[in-house]
Design a protein around this ligand. Structure first.
Ligand SMILES: Nc1ncnc2c1ncn2[C@@H]1O[C@H](COP(=O)(O)OP(=O)(O)OP(=O)(O)O)[C@@H](O)[C@H]1O
Length: 261
């Protein structure tokens, strides 16, 4: 069975169908792109996968090493605990906390928390806080933010804030990582660095990654397969070459940036 199996997934908002009978699957370790013109339903699909909205119809099944979970309609924290981490199109950080604290908070959500132990600073709490601090620093090092741990998140550049978002998502120990426009607002050099980093994360953590991205150079370079959404419908899927030469995809993108990079 695939790590993620989405079948006939549909979401209506009043009279508008944002996603209609979408089928997709991700095998363990794959790096898959989700593209489509503005308003195609990409973020809605992520929101369905992560419990922000319940599906109107269809199923979402996660299989991690033989443990199968039906995700459709579950609360976001339960989906996160099941192994799905994500970043957001609009960066969501605690801007007035430090970079390190931002990651520590995400990590803390995974650690059994004992209020009395924490207030009294008794050893088990101190040890767990030390572990959290160390792992947070490691995640920052990985995301090339090691030297910025003590900065306030608001003082990071836009590109650095996107790296911090990924560090926070990794702190939830996901098996499946959903990245919503990770390169948005980045310059070409930053995008190239991020492209390498995403490939590295997948390799080093054995992660399965689904990414939404408008930057075709990134998508075409690192994704093994790509799904194309248009008006809520999966109109094509395949390798980057198959997708970029698909007439339906070319037509969907007429008037937009063509997926040619
Ligand atoms: N909460 C909501 N209520 C009503 N309509 C919504 C809601 N969320 C999304 N939509 C609509 O669903 C459609 C798909 O939107 P969505 O944001 O998923 O597209 P997208 O492919 O992510 O677009 P973009 O590339 O511009 O971010 C749009 O018509 C949008 O207006």
């Amino acid at each position: 069975m695939s790590l993620l199996e989405v079948s006939k997934l549909t979401r209506n908002f009043g009279g508008l169908t944002a996603v209609f009978e979408a089928n997709l699957h991700l095998d363990k370790g794959e790096l898959i792109g989700l593209i489509g013109p503005n308003g195609a339903g990409k973020t809605t699909l992520f929101n369905l996968l992560t419990g922000v909205y319940p599906p109107s119809a269809g199923t979402i099944t996660l299989d991690i090493d033989g443990t199968t979970t039906s995700l459709g309609g579950k609360a976001p924290h339960r989906i996160c605990a099941a192994g799905v981490g994500r970043t957001f199109q609009n960066i969501r950080l605690f801007k007035d906390l430090t970079v390190l604290e931002n990651v520590m908070i995400a990590l803390q959500q995974n650690v059994p928390y004992n209020l009395f132990a924490s207030l009294l600073h008794i050893p088990p709490y101190a040890a767990s806080e030390r572990r959290i601090r160390e792992e947070s620093q490691e995640l920052l090092d990985l995301m090339r933010l090691g030297g910025k741990a003590k900065e306030l998140a608001r003082n990071l550049s836009y590109g650095e804030q996107r790296h911090l978002e990924i560090a926070r998502a990794l702190a939830t120990h996901p098996s499946l990582l959903l990245l919503d426009e990770p390169a948005a607002g980045m310059n070409p050099a930053e995008t190239a660095e991020l492209t390498g980093l995403i490939a590295e994360l997948r390799r080093d953590f054995g992660l399965t990654i689904l990414l939404i991205e408008h930057d075709m150079s990134l998508v075409m370079k690192i994704c093994e397969r790509i799904y194309v959404l248009d008006h809520g419908i999966v109109i094509a899927s395949g390798t980057p070459d198959e997708v970029r030469n698909n007439p339906k995809v070319i037509e969907a993108y007429l008037g937009e940036e063509a997926p040619s990079a």
